[in-house]
Design a protein around this ligand. Structure first.
Ligand SMILES: [Zn+2]
Ligand SMILES: [Zn+2]
Length: 327
């Protein structure tokens, strides 16, 4: 499906720490003012609300049953229906900002047989709520069971938990790159990841619309805390972050308009280019592993030409569009 040209942001640069010369102070400013505020802090705040008001205490997990997983699955589904469904309603049903800041001028697919129920949104909702919500619930309840049994290392100081929560963004930078790169290797790509990549033009529900095999890999971040000291809150944060943060990044809109108040950062141009061209930008901009491994596409004409050269030298690529210009 060829791209219907929409909004193209300015080319991206890697964070200041990874530029040459490296600028650690500018990096700190970038991390606090651009990365954490406001979107990433929102995920931490949302996780705190979910953990304190919508998650059973550890005592429930002294034993583990189907009902414990079921409770978390229902909680996940409700959370995603409100947060992801809210974005979908605002941007794609109410069309509150039309196609302003939208990467593609066309809307999500209806009447296309490659999607379940012939409808991209219903298909994406199905895989997100049924498979994504369940796999996340299984990981969270198993980790809670291990904390309840005091079988794994647990942080107790609030400061240590806060630092580890921030560190989780970086840990996920490595974890996401590694499992995503693996998913692009056949037969895993064919069996699992191709399902996510049917979404070239993405919407909020496309974020974790994945094959169950991909959910098992993508949502496995909590397993890091089998060896690294963590806490039940950090596990809930991992799940909220992994379930919810892909919804704005796949929303299809680079910025969200807030009426008279202007607009705020919305989508993720870096990952949008991955959906458009497949074999670039496997990771995330926070930790530019793609730059180091030669698969970085910053949205510039030069990066596009480099990608085309790479593709010519490697036959049988997995797909993706090769329009003449990224802009
Ligand atoms: Zn994606
Ligand atoms: Zn991919």
């Amino acid at each position: 499906m060829q791209r219907t040209k929409g909004y193209d942001p300015e080319p991206m640069s890697v964070p200041p720490l990874f530029q040459s010369p490296s600028r650690p102070v500018a990096m700190l400013r970038w991390f606090l003012a651009k990365y954490l505020w406001p979107q990433s802090l929102l995920w931490i705040g949302l996780a705190a609300v979910v953990y304190h008001f919508a998650t059973p205490g550890l005592s429930r997990f002294a034993t583990l049953g189907i009902d414990d997983v079921g409770v978390l699955w229902l909680r996940n589904a409700a959370l995603m229906l409100v947060v992801i469904g809210g974005q979908h309603w605002w941007l794609h049903i109410r069309k509150s900002q039309g196609v302003d800041f939208k990467y593609e001028a066309r809307w999500l697919a209806t009447n296309r047989t490659s999607f379940l129920f012939n409808n991209q949104t219903r298909d994406n909702m199905f895989f997100t709520l049924v498979s994504g919500g369940l796999v996340a619930a299984v990981y969270e309840s198993v980790m809670f069971r291990l904390y309840a049994a005091e079988s794994i290392p647990q942080l107790s100081s609030l400061w240590a938990i806060a630092v580890m929560t921030i560190a989780t963004f970086w840990i996920e930078g490595v974890h996401f790159y590694a499992n995503h790169r693996l998913l692009h290797v056949d037969p895993l790509y064919k069996w699992a990841h191709a399902l996510h990549h049917r979404n070239v033009n993405t919407g909020p529900w496309s974020g974790i619309s994945m094959h169950p095999i991909e959910h098992v890999l993508y949502l496995s971040l909590p397993l890091v805390f089998l060896v690294v000291p963590g806490s039940p809150f950090i596990i809930t944060f991992c799940m909220v972050y992994l379930m919810i943060s892909p919804s704005p990044s796949h929303s299809g809109f680079d910025r969200f308009k807030l009426g008279e108040a202007g607009n705020v950062h919305g989508g993720d141009y870096f990952h949008n280019l991955h959906h458009r061209y497949f074999e670039v930008n496997y990771g995330m901009l926070l930790l530019p592993l793609d730059k180091w491994f030669g698969t970085f596409h910053d949205g510039s004409v030069e990066a596009h030409e480099q990608m085309k050269d790479r593709r010519r030298s490697i036959p049988d690529q997995q797909g993706g569009e090769l329009d003449d210009s990224p802009v």
